[in-house]
Design a protein around this ligand. Sequence first.
Ligand code: C2E
Ligand code: CA
Ligand code: CA
Ligand code: CA
Length: 276
Amino acid sequence: TAKAEGKGRSQIFHGQMDIDYHYRQQLKADLREAVAKDQLTLAFQPLLDISSRRVVSCEALARWTHPQFGTVPPATFIPLAEEMGLISEITSWVIRHAAVECSRWAGEVAVAVNVSARDFRGLDLPVVIEDALREAQLPPGRFEVEVTETAVIEERDLASTALGRLAARGIAIALDDFGTGYSSLSYLNALPFSKLKIDRSFVVEVDGNARALSLLANVARLGRDLDLVVVAEGVETEAQLEAMLEHTGVQQVQGYLFSRPLPSRDIAELIKRFNG
Ligand code: C2E
Ligand code: CA
Ligand code: CA
Ligand code: CA
């Protein structure tokens, strides 16, 4: 009967919700365990100077291989960690390990770590970073912090204090995913940024689309006028690179064209190959 069908459908619907709910609960429990057992790893992706093509820094990106589900992307587990109050533990782990790995690379190549809005509440970032640098014997000039517009707006006062102290110690602060968040630009002046990372969405069409190229060129010009180092994220083709080199003030590039995120040992090799 119609009533029975309706009931069946709603059971299927609830069944699906239960799966999603249980999957998330399972992931959360497993994430807590993975963090406790030191099972997260780091991958590093190089940022290159656009004209010399030398590696100037590498971004540390968290990786989790789940025992049953395989690779869980950070876009899934970082928000879970934020919900669970686990993000600060992950961030301080990333900071310590990124500093140690960077100290093993040749030359002056720096390392960049991502910081969440919640870390400004959960961590004394300047202290955590200073301890990690001392432990790894890494100078502050080789460490960078990446923070999104959303994070600095959500935690305006705490972010301002922490970033101010970090910048005063010679640590570069990058504004990440620029152009995807809030449209108010006032905080660009209020906070001590030294780098602007223009989001991948501004890069995809720069070869062949005049309006897209003009948009990227103007965003890059804004950054240059504010004395920021301008980085383009998500560069995948030579055509995109050529368009940026000829028509924009972009100074550094990051993307699959040069390298996917790699384990630290492979990055050490890559640095020798590119900078050697
Ligand atoms: P993000 O900070 O914007 O990092 C760049 C993302 O773009 C990385 O994804 C990277 O693998 C990807 N990517 C790089 N080049 C290309 C390209 O040429 N094409 C395309 N399509 N993608 C490219 P990933 O590693 O999956 O990380 C996703 C996001 O997760 C990061 O975005 C960041 O917001 C977050 N995340 C990763 N690790 C951490 C961490 O340790 N802490 C925090 N708070 N967030 C993290
Ligand atoms: Ca980033
Ligand atoms: Ca980014
Ligand atoms: Ca992004």
